[in-house]
Design a protein around this ligand. Structure first.
Ligand code: FE2
Ligand code: FE2
Length: 410
């Protein structure tokens, strides 16, 4: 079985990436494993999107491949499972030495078929653009990497002669064969897509994803907060990827980013808003019994309702699992469902971000979002009225803490 690994940031995935997958399959690969990077070296001014955004966006992009290619393509979260910066060599070692690849092949081809492909008869390729030929020497452990996989480079029409020399040099230096295959299409770079904010030429589902989650803003808040805060945000995102559903994961990232944006506008602490935002629902997909237990340990029986447990339970996890000791952050998480009387600016911002983040569609939120950026109290009043109306229409009991909040604003 010929297996290609295709790694990258995929921020965003675009037609250039898809043409590499198509070309690799046409060149004879049986399976292409697409591997979004989890961790990258942080470059201020060029902060990349959190890994789960790029993973789920890639999933959308791959689905736009014609069936003949899609059925030979698998998206992998292998780099989310490793620690430290994502180096190709480490990823390949993990793939080949662990059970991970075996599982992928089994899921892909079925257990029976997978048995026929012994490790010895598989051959492995690292897919890349032809520009890699020039920089490959600077990769981490290049010789060791080439002892495990062969390079397979995508060449656009007219570039064969250009790359031939570089290819030969690498082959001689590392005593390896560098394979190449032709791809169609023009040269595209994710960086220029982001810079020019032109998303219309992306696969439709990818541009829809970018608009839905409001990615690639002109001002990326991850470039505005402290480096260690951005690093913590990225780490929490990877950790939460394994415990939250896709929808909740994306919501939680959106709340973090939106809360930090609001904090910057209103002179609040954006670092605290970012962390409170990303952790606010960290307990929500746990079994209810566990949520109740954590809620009780953190706040006694104040939050005595299934829908509310996850707020104090989230604060409990933020403190005990993520080691957040800041009481303002913990309170913003604890009160994000109920609110309470006399909320702080940070609590109000996280409360609003939870209700108004870009992917929320439960109501026309345009006016509330406008208010959130100009007048927090007005936004709190509007959201409180919405909450009050919802409780009345559903004939539900309102928690005393929420009553206190509504009394202030309605
Ligand atoms: Fe929540
Ligand atoms: Fe939420």
């Amino acid at each position: 079985m010929k297996i290609g690994f295709f790694g990258g940031a995929f921020d965003p995935i675009h037609e250039g990436h898809l043409s590499i997958i198509r070309g690799a399959v046409d060149a004879g690969l049986d399976l292409v494993i697409v591997i979004p990077s989890a961790r990258a070296v942080f470059k201020r001014g060029h902060a990349i999107s959190a890994a789960p955004y790029r993973y789920y966006m890639s999933l959308k992009g791959l689905k736009s491949l014609p069936e003949k290619y899609l059925k030979k393509t698998v998206l992998s979260d292998i780099e989310f499972r490793l620690s430290g910066i994502s180096y190709t060599y480490n990823t390949v070692c993990e793939l080949l030495d662990g059970n991970y690849l075996k599982e992928i092949i089994e899921n892909f081809a079925g257990k029976k078929t997978a048995k026929k492909f012994s490790e010895a008869t598989n051959s492995y390729y690292w897919l890349c653009g032809s520009d890699i030929l020039e920089s490959f020497d600077n990769w981490y452990k290049p010789a060791e990497l080439l002892s495990k996989v062969s390079l397979m480079t995508a060449i656009r029409p007219g570039y064969e002669a250009d790359t031939e020399d570089k290819r030969r040099k690498l082959e001689e230096k590392y005593n390896t064969t560098v394979y190449s295959f032709e791809i169609d299409g023009i040269e595209i770079a994710s960086s220029s897509i982001k810079k020019n904010r032109k998303f219309d030429n992306l696969p439709a589902k990818v541009s829809e994803f970018i608009y839905t989650h409001n990615l690639y803003n002109e001002h990326n808040v991850l470039d505005e907060v402290k480096e260690e805060t951005a690093a913590a945000f990225y780490e929490y995102a990877i950790d939460l990827f394994f415990v939250l559903t896709e929808k909740r994961m994306l919501h939680t990232l959106n709340v973090g980013i939106y809360a930090a944006q609001l904090a910057l506008i209103h002179g609040c602490d954006a670092d605290k808003a970012l962390i409170a935002g990303i952790l606010h629902d960290c307990a929500k997909d746990l079994p209810v019994k566990m949520q109740a237990q954590y809620a009780n340990m953190y706040a006694g029986d104040v939050f005595n309702n299934e829908k509310l447990y996850h707020s104090p339970a989230g604060a409990y996890l933020a403190l005990n699992k993520y080691h957040i000791n800041d009481s303002e952050i913990l309170d913003a998480i604890k009160y994000h469902t109920t609110g309470h009387g006399g909320m702080t600016l940070l609590e109000s911002i996280v409360y609003l971000a939870d209700k108004l983040e870009p992917s929320r569609t439960y109501s026309d939120l345009t006016e509330m979002r406008k208010a959130a950026t100009s007048d927090i109290k007005k936004a709190m009043k509007m959201v409180s009225e919405e909450v009050r109306d919802k409780f009345i229409s559903q004939n539900r009991d309102v928690h005393p803490l929420t009553l206190d909040m509504m009394r202030e604003f309605t």
